[in-house]
Design a protein around this ligand. Structure first.
Ligand code: ATP
Ligand code: MG
Length: 300
């Protein structure tokens, strides 16, 4: 069960008790190489099964996994799903997931970000770890660990500098004291992350854009889902032309693929009124138009 916002400490926007079937469904919904999923899951489980039992001088694990990749490639969903999946395999009592909202920590007031970051790690997160194994989602981690070597003298850099310092200090302290803590961090901007943070990660995994087969699988999942309500849409995946249509989606991230399906449903007032009239042509057209817009965005 998740807690409501008013009970939560600053910087944490959700606390969920694990396992949570909703999260496990997220894990299954993300199409990436099975070998990548296996590596992620093993690294996360080792954190709880091995790390607490072995001295840090033998295995210097920090309990941090970082997922990097373009927007919409499924990093946040995968991280939440991973938490759910770990809980199913490593059946520890009291395992929970804390979701950090980094933007609520950053402040324009001098010194406030650093204080908020220190409090979050040394109080809220440490307290949770004392009560039982804890997974912490650090979404968009580049906002918390900005690369100090790239900070310009504009926009309060000293404060950002100190926030990065504070996170690094706290991560070292937590790694020392709480081996039952696992951080799952995500970022679209790996180049903006301080290298001292990356160096503390036990695993950095790049999530790429889906390839041809993955596009086909994501599209199939999306159309099958719609097929539960609009049966004719569910039948489109059985067509001989389906594979060719799916190839049109190569180059898009998972989020854009699902959005392109939504756009296809809005191709014309007729389809919008009766979604069962959706065709593969509508889908292919929506995919190429999404790619065209993507390129415009990339050039802007
Ligand atoms: N590989 C994938 N397979 C299936 N669905 C995907 C995939 N990638 C993304 N999606 C879908 O796209 C949506 C957005 O995913 P998510 O928010 O996890 O991406 P993200 O990488 O965290 O994006 P951002 O970097 O913008 O935060 C989700 O609904 C997710 O299910
Ligand atoms: Mg995300």
């Amino acid at each position: 069960m998740s807690k409501t916002t008013h009970e939560l400490p600053q910087g944490i926007h959700e606390i969920r008790d694990l396992p949570d079937p909703q999260l496990s469904a997220m894990w299954n919904s993300i199409v990436i190489d099975e070998s990548q999923k296996a590596q992620l899951l093993s690294q996360a489980v080792v954190n709880f099964t091995v790390r607490p039992k072995v001295d840090r001088s033998v295995l210097p694990l920090h309990g941090v996994i970082l997922l990097v990749g373009a927007p919409g490639t499924g990093k946040t969903t995968l991280a939440r799903g991973l938490a759910g999946r770990v809980a199913e395999i490593y059946k520890a009592k009291g395992l929970r997931l804390l979701e950090v909202e980094p933007h609520s920590l950053t402040s324009s007031a001098m010194g406030k970000t650093q204080r908020a970051v220190s409090e979050l790690f040394s109080q809220s997160i440490a307290e949770s770890a004392m009560n039982g194994p804890t997974i912490v989602l650090l979404d968009e981690v580049e906002t918390l660990v900005a690369d100090r070597s790239k900070l310009s003298l504009e926009a309060n850099p000293i404060d950002v500098h100190r926030a990065t310092d504070a996170v690094l200090v706290q991560l070292d302290l937590l790694a020392e004291r709480h081996p039952n803590l696992l951080f799952l961090a995500t970022s679209n901007f790996p180049d903006a992350i301080d290298s001292a943070f990356t160096s503390r990660c036990d695993l950095v995994m790049k999530i790429a854009l889906p390839g041809e087969l993955a596009c086909e699988q994501i599209l199939t999942a999306c159309l099958d889902g719609l097929g539960k309500t609009f049966p004719a849409i569910g039948k489109l995946t059985g067509s001989n032309e389906f594979k060719r249509c799916a190839r049109e989606f190569v180059g898009l991230d998972g989020r854009s693929i699902r959005k392109a399906v939504a756009s296809a449903l809005a191709s014309s007032p007729q389809v919008a009124v009766d979604p069962n009239q959706l065709t593969l042509q509508h889908l292919a057209q929506a995919a190429s138009s999404s790619k065209a817009h993507r390129n415009v965005g990339a050039k802007a």
